[in-house]
Design a protein around this ligand. Structure first.
Ligand code: NAI
Length: 339
């Protein structure tokens, strides 16, 4: 039996780093069949549709999706909606898991190992906006059901991973209805997990503490936009946004991607750091039950980074994407595949 993996190559640096991830996966003996999907802004420019119902049906039929970043213009021209958000909502992958773990030798924050659990389908990214007189309104939708699901997910993950604490990050002092509901649900859920410490912090204080004392966090659970921003901030502690992979998990579907965007400033130069994408592939292996393979990928990445000499420019090195991928592949073969 083969697992069907939908592959979205993405925009900007997407195809470059996706090549790296597929090359690493193909080095291992995995029963994966890859189905490439062409979705996004370019397709929208050509056809008027960024992702078709047929594409969505394929995503839903696959066992997992491996996705590179997709471009979404910031200007309100042309009414283009983010394909990434559409996929997250349609597949109901409500939990966005972003492990922030430092690789030895790369970051001054040695041993940092926290997990950000971000609600992935609601909040300010619900896409409900309208213009009023001389302004505009964005609705921040927070439902009790989603709060329950994401808080439960965070505590279950903490239990599974042997974590000691879950921190609820909110702004309930100001956003009393939306963040208030999130906070209240968090503490209700916490009662079912007496062995895990439940604490709270306001989002602004959290942003500060992440820089001052990141090791004080273990698992963070938060709403959509706060999680998005805080995880980019936390990624800086690892040394580069290009190092962090993530999982989007729902009841029926799962999507794996790096946390960064299309990096337009370095696109087509072949110098993007592929590790976030490779780590996303490693998490996908774990999710599909190929834990040994996922672990071999993670260990190979760690080995290469530990030497401090095989780095892409974002980490102060001179290697390009392909060269770094080859180094990781070399270690994977030499250390973990040749018996
Ligand atoms: P970005 O994450 O693409 O880039 C921010 C900075 O990090 C840039 O300086 C970039 O060069 C650097 N960077 C990112 N990934 C890197 C890598 N692998 N190696 C080395 N350096 C890397 O954020 P930006 O510029 O705000 O967004 C660009 C586009 O990406 C936007 O259209 C946005 O909508 C999209 N985006 C897509 C996401 C997704 O598909 N999941 C997530 C975030 C943004």
């Amino acid at each position: 039996m083969k697992y069907k993996i939908a592959v979205i190559e993405g925009d900007g640096v997407g195809p470059e780093i996706m090549n790296s991830a597929l090359e690493i996966l193909n080095t291992l003996t995995l029963p994966f069949e890859y189905i490439k999907l062409d979705v996004g802004y370019k397709k929208w420019m050509e056809t008027g549709e960024a992702i078709s119902q047929g594409d969505m049906d394929i995503l839903k039929k696959c066992d997992a999706t491996l996705k590179a970043p997709l471009y979404t213009p910031s200007s309100k021209e042309k009414n283009f909606s983010s394909v990434t958000l559409t996929i997250r909502k349609e597949l109901d992958v409500y939990a966005n898991i972003r492990p922030i773990k430092t690789f030895p030798g790369i970051s001054p924050f040695t041993g940092l190992d926290l997990i950000i659990v971000r609600e992935n389908t609601e909040g300010l990214y619900s896409g409900v906006e309208h213009s009023v007189n001389n302004g505009a309104v964005t609705e921040r939708i927070i439902t009790k059901a989603s709060c329950e699901k994401i808080c439960k997910y965070a505590f279950n993950l903490a239990l599974k991973e042997g974590r000691r604490k879950v921190t609820c990050v909110h702004k309930a002092n100001i956003l009393k209805k939306t963040c208030g509901l999130f906070r209240e649900t968090f503490f209700e859920t916490a009662k079912d997990y007496p062995s895990i410490e439940a604490e709270e912090t306001l989002v602004d204080a959290c942003a500060y503490k992440l820089i001052r004392n990141p090791s004080s966090f273990d698992v963070i659970v938060t709403t959509n936009m706060f999680g998005d921003i805080l995880s980019d901030e936390a990624a800086a502690l690892t040394g580069s946004l290009g190092l962090v992979g993530s999982c989007n998990i729902g009841e029926k579907h799962a999507v794996f991607e790096p946390i960064h965007g299309t990096a337009p400033d370095i696109a087509n130069e072949g110098v993007a750091n592929p590790i976030g994408m490779i780590m996303a592939a490693s998490y996908m292996c774990n999710f599909l039950g190929f834990k040994n393979e996922g672990e071999k990928i993670r260990k190979s990445v760690t080995e290469v980074l530990k030497e401090k000499k095989n780095l892409t420019p974002d980490l102060g090195g001179k290697l390009n994407t392909k060269q770094l991928t080859n180094k990781i592949k070399e270690v994977l073969i030499q250390k973990y595949l040749i018996q």
